[in-house]
Design a protein around this ligand. Structure first.
Ligand code: BGC
Length: 741
């Protein structure tokens, strides 16, 4: 083992320890006393996090967890839940270990614990921060009753590559929107007081750059400019820190050749020094040992040293810290003070959670018995699902009449309970999920429902399709529920082909050939390439994976009980070859026109535009919007400029209009995106009426990574203020930006 290389880390580590110690730590007497009493082994035990008995989210699980716990070799467990079980684990830690230090108990609760909300990408489509915050408040309330005190969310990876299965877990493609979601989720999970038994420690992940993973493959490298990293990928994490997040999980991927778990510049530099983060940093699953595969460490011991030096406090499931840190400290390669710094952060987090005073507060069987899937939790999940649905196309098919007598509900996902919940569905119970079929049944109980699967998501025989066509032929209208199985989205679920999987397009074509009024409901965790479906089906609703109450929400939309409120938080490409395609791309010297022109920035075989732009979503009515107006023609630092747009409902029914605001900075010497989403406003408008929607623009909305490396406003110049219903059709106004004078 390369002890000489390890020893060279000594100077840096001593420095690190003193820097962290001299930081603004409000040292707790209890924590300091404990550190004074701990052996080196007990300290390193606190840095060790093992997967418990329930679920496995990585390639391997630990057996004798309880034995390790009793030996003081564990500071936290994850994949554990259930009030009785976690109470027993806490009891072992508190009463049977020498110092009685309670455990961090972690779990991935991405969109609900037992009451499952739409997947995070679907929630982002709601453009409703209060509802997003409430979803995570409810998730925390349920998870904490089952003893969980640490949630591995929010997932804040901005991504422009729908091949990456994990796009489903995050906020979509907009940094501005992702940053607002970050703060809302942290507030929701951590609540007003972290020590309250219904609050949990939120853990923002994956820090950082995971969304730029090359080719959309999981665990691969990223090639990001410093500018893109700082402007696009880091701001949601900064927003989480500003909202008080207490934990960060490092990313698997490399950025500029450095894996997340050994990225000292990012963790010790940006996160702790620059942003003032005072919480804990946990590695991702086994990521420390993977430094050897990355080729940046020669062996596991060096990997442990690099991760600790980078500022990682907790080793998730890798056993690298527990195995190698004792040797590294004894050899002098790591000063014990550096271990103390990590222990101090972990014990402080436990203290802030109230675990020392009330270790069993969260593992409460009585609370667990009443709090799970409460009617008000399900109502909130249904309301969120209703807000997340995006109407992609509607040629006079929807809304359906509730007088219909025979309705065919066709497709492999029409009755798929687990898929309705989606990936990373916490401890959700598929039996509690309302499918689209069941939602329609509940809503129009007198109608006869005819159902055929038409095969599975991945395969349909000609007989499957023929049976579906025979069933559809008997109905007045057809609802086709198509998409991806939930296991096709999430971690380790990247796809290189984003068409409807299996033979579902053939199924859709055969059913559409009947000429019946047909609406397609899509369930998927990412933008799919559905140009053919768009051209051939008269109506399409994007339902994402809508969660426990999802099918009822979809039914209510189909029958017009609610209006379509969702707007796309991510661009839908026409085909995989267009990826990456997103709203805030950089301009080109040769912009593509409406029609294909030679020597412009486009493709020979597909237009330069996406199928559906960012922000897209239809309503039951039609709106027209004026060009933007501003309340001041010149903007200076500290100003808030108000941008107003008049929106008229030119249709026949009441409806909600959403105006989106995009900025383009000019004269910056550095090319800035053609439009960058920076705000929105919405209003319900009666037919024939006009409403003025106003969106504030702050000078901080203009901040960017300048050529000297600093983050700030541009030099004097012009801003194009662009407004519209989505990124595809905007009207603009030129505004003068003057920092001085
Ligand atoms: C994932 C994390 C998750 C962890 C624990 C990893 O494989 O990348 O997002 O929190 O497992 O389940």
């Amino acid at each position: 083992m390369t002890f000489s290389r390890c020893l060279s880390g000594l100077a840096a580590l001593s420095l690190l320890a003193s820097v962290s110690l001299s930081g603004a730590w409000a040292q707790s007497p209890r924590v300091e006393k404990l550190i004074g009493q701990m052996t080196l082994e007990e300290k390193i035990g606190q840095l060790n996090l093992l997967s418990g008995h329930h679920a496995v989210t990585g390639p391997y699980a630990t057996q004798d967890v309880e034995q390790a716990l009793l030996k003081g070799e564990v500071g936290g467990l994850f994949n554990v839940y259930g009030a009785e079980y976690t109470r027993n684990l806490q009891r072992l830690a508190v009463t049977k270990t020498r110092l009685g230090i309670p455990l961090l108990l972690g779990y991935d609760v991405l969109h609900g614990y037992r009451t499952i909300f739409p997947v995070p990408l679907g929630q982002a489509a709601s453009f409703d921060l209060a509802a997003i915050e409430q979803a995570d408040r409810i998730a925390a309330r349920e998870a904490s009753a089952a003893g969980v005190n640490w949630i591995y969310a929010p997932m804040l990876d901005i991504t422009r590559d729908p091949r990456w299965g994990r796009i489903v877990e995050g906020p979509g493609e907009s940094t501005w929107w992702g940053s607002r979601i970050a703060a809302a989720r942290v507030r929701g999970m951590q609540g007003l007081s972290l020590s309250s038994p219904d609050s949990v420690l939120a853990c923002a992940k994956h820090f950082a750059g995971n969304g730029a993973t090359e080719g959309g493959r999981d665990y691969s490298g990223t090639e990001l400019s410093e500018r893109a990293f700082r402007e696009v990928h880091l701001p949601p994490f900064k927003a989480a820190v500003d909202a008080g997040v207490k934990c960060m999980m490092t990313a698997f991927n490399t950025v500029d050749g450095v894996p997340g778990v050994s990225n000292e510049k990012l963790i010790e530099g940006t996160l702790r020094k620059e942003w003032g983060f005072k919480g804990i940093v946990v590695s991702d699953f086994g990521a420390i040992g993977e430094l050897v595969n990355h080729g940046v460490a020669d062996d596991p011991a060096e990997a442990a040293l690099l991760a600790l030096r980078a500022g990682v406090d907790i080793d998730m499931q890798g056993k690298n810290f527990i195995t190698d840190l004792p040797k590294l400290v004894k050899s002098g390669a790591i000063p014990e003070k550096a271990i103390d710094t990590a222990v101090r952060r972990i014990l402080t987090a436990k203290e802030e959670l109230g675990l020392f005073d009330n270790p069993y507060g969260r593992s409460d069987p009585a609370r667990e018995a009443v709090v799970m899937a409460l009617p008000e939790h399900r109502a909130a999940a249904q309301a969120m699902a209703e807000k997340s649905l995006v109407l992609l196309k509607n040629d006079n098919v929807l809304p359906l009449s509730n007088k219909l007598q025979r309705i065919a509900v066709i497709g492999p996902l029409a009755q798929a309970k687990a898929d309705t919940l989606g990936p990373w569905a916490g401890h959700g119970d598929p039996d509690e999920a309302v499918t689209v079929h069941d939602g329609i049944k509940r809503l129009v109980p007198l109608a006869e429902l005819l159902h055929a699967t038409g095969g599975t998501v991945t395969r349909s025989s000609s007989e499957d399709i023929a049976a579906a066509v025979r069933t559809a032929a008997k109905a007045e209208v057809v609802i086709l529920v198509l998409g991806e199985k939930s296991t096709m989205s999430g971690e380790a679920a990247s796809r290189s082909n984003l068409n409807l999987p299996g033979d579902q397009m053939a199924l859709a074509r055969a059913v559409l050939a009947l000429g019946k009024p047909t609406a397609v409901v899509l369930m998927n965790g990412r933008p799919l390439t559905i140009e053919d479906l768009h051209n051939e089906a008269p109506a399409i609703v994007e339902a994402w994976y809508p969660g426990t109450m999802g099918g009822l929400a979809v039914a209510r939309l189909l029958f017009g009980e609610i209006e379509p409120l969702g707007r796309l938080p991510v661009t839908f490409p026409r085909n995989v070859g267009q990826i990456p395609i997103y709203h805030d791309q950089l301009p080109t010297g040769r912009p593509a026109g409406e029609k294909s022109q030679p020597y412009t920035s486009t493709w020979l075989d597909v237009p330069a535009t996406p199928l559906y732009p960012f922000g897209y979503g239809l309503t039951w009515t039609k709106f027209e919007a004026s060009a933007p107006r501003v309340d001041k023609p010149v903007v200076r630092p500290g100003d808030v400029m108000l941008v107003s747009v008049d929106v008229t409902n030119t249709g026949k029914v009441q409806g909600t209009a959403q105006i989106m605001l995009f900025l383009r900075q000019k004269s910056t010497r550095i090319s800035r995106p053609v439009r960058d989403f920076k705000g929105f406003a919405r209003a319900s408008i009666a037919p024939g009426k006009t409403v003025t929607l106003t969106i504030p623009v702050r000078d901080t909305d203009l901040f960017f990574a300048r050529s000297d490396g600093t983050f700030g406003p541009p030099e004097a110049g012009f801003i194009d203020v662009q407004t519209g219903f989505d990124a595809g059709a905007t009207k603009s106004l030129k505004v003068d930006w003057r920092p001085k004078g």
